[in-house]
Design a protein around this ligand. Structure first.
Ligand code: SF4
Length: 369
């Protein structure tokens, strides 16, 4: 196929769903890792088309959702300083910290700006030598290369007024954490195509082997997802714990090696706290000590922040595939996109926001699921 519209073709998707129905003989629980895939699944109703035997649970691959609350509070504290221009991708500005969000900081006179690239933030630093410019560097393997590149660019330009507030997370350690949990329900993974486009998928076969689960790399269009599910179900039915690439038009085994080189030049693996889940060893990237001059956490004194999550929020269980959004007692009442209690309701990629936006909770409730 040549055009992206062909991957949205309803007849092809229906035909693939029919193949899934033919292939499945017993119940299986699959997890799509990426929040973008969760939204595509709910938006296109793929979960509603699947046979009852195939259950999809939603994974932790939403960068906004897993950014710890204390880091958001640190961002708010830095952004409120009069000497700072705080820059971020747009969806982080709506995420509530303990008492406010970045939009509120801006309304109160803080200089918080949306940028489309960290290199735009570097440019702002060049143009404002009397200000400290901070970029909120969050995300998975997909955003790490440009974020690392911005640090190298600032260094090359000799800028001393640019820094990054880093909370990068990596997919494979999260898969280990989910599969190694005694509560795990996941029997097969749909891996995120864009992450694998950067990192390749050479890290996945040992995970598939160790936990005896198939892992299938998939894209984001409805046909990509349906084909990924079909491939996973076929492997499960055959008892094969293999890694398969169902997104060959974008992903190779070794990935984008220049991008990996830039990441490794600037970042090193570190223990990372995931919101709602807790600390996962060696699951994130932090700045290497040689780039400490660009570390916003070192530059600004923001230690001692220890916020508390809403006791109602079960986002951590949702992100591990243990619960679904509509099973949260606050869903749609205390917690809505207008007044979110947890990040999975705020983010465009969050599972709670997807269920709310597309009314999935109403369908499931009427079916008594
Ligand atoms: S509905 Fe709101 S409170 Fe409940 S899990 Fe989702 S984000 Fe948390």
């Amino acid at each position: 196929m040549k055009y992206v519209t062909e991957y949205r073709d309803a007849a092809r998707v229906q035909a693939t769903i029919a193949e899934i129905k033919k292939a499945v003989t017993r119940p299986w629980t699959l997890m799509e890792i990426c929040g973008g895939q969760t939204h595509a699944i709910v938006r296109h109703g793929i979960d509603q088309l699947l046979p009852d035997e195939v259950e999809l649970v939603h994974g932790p691959g939403c960068p906004v959702c897993v950014t710890p609350l204390e880091l958001i509070d640190k961002a708010l504290a830095i952004a409120a300083r009069p000497d700072v221009i705080f820059t971020s991708y747009g969806d982080m500005l709506r995420v509530p910290g303990s008492s406010q969000d970045l939009f509120t900081v801006r309304a109160n006179g803080g200089d918080a700006r949306v940028v489309y690239s960290p290199l735009d933030a570097v440019k702002i630093a060049q143009e404002n030598p009397d200000k400290e410019v901070v970029f909120f560097a969050i995300g998975f393997e997909t955003t790490a290369p440009p974020n690392a590149m911005s640090v190298l660019q600032a260094q090359a330009l000799g800028l001393t007024n640019y820094s990054v507030l880093v909370s990068h997370v990596c997919v494979p350690p999260a898969m280990h954490a989910i599969l190694g949990s005694p509560l795990n329900r996941v029997q097969g993974f749909l891996a995120a195509g864009h992450v694998c486009a950067v990192m390749g998928y050479w890290e996945y076969p040992p995970i598939a082997e160790r936990y005896q689960v198939p892992i299938v790399i998939t894209g984001f269009e409805p046909l990509d997802i349906a084909r990924g599910i079909l491939e996973t179900v076929k492997l499960l039915e055959a008892g094969e714990a293999k890694t398969a690439n169902a997104y060959k038009r974008a992903v190779t085994l070794e990935g984008n090696q220049p991008a990996q080189k830039v990441i490794n030049q600037v970042f090193e693996l570190c223990n990372r706290k995931w919101r709602g889940i807790g600390t996962i060893p060696q699951s994130g990237w932090g700045l290497r000590p040689s780039f400490d001059a660009f570390n916003a956490e070192t530059k600004f004194d923001v230690s001692g922040i220890a916020p508390e999550e809403s006791p109602l929020c079960i986002a951590g269980q949702i992100l591990q595939g243990l619960k679904k959004p509509h099973e949260c007692s606050a869903f749609g009442s205390e917690c809505t996109p207008e007044n979110p209690l947890g990040a999975t309701m705020v983010s465009a990629e969050g599972a709670c926001a997807a269920y709310y936006k597309y009314g999935r909770h109403l369908i499931l409730e009427s079916a008594n699921v």
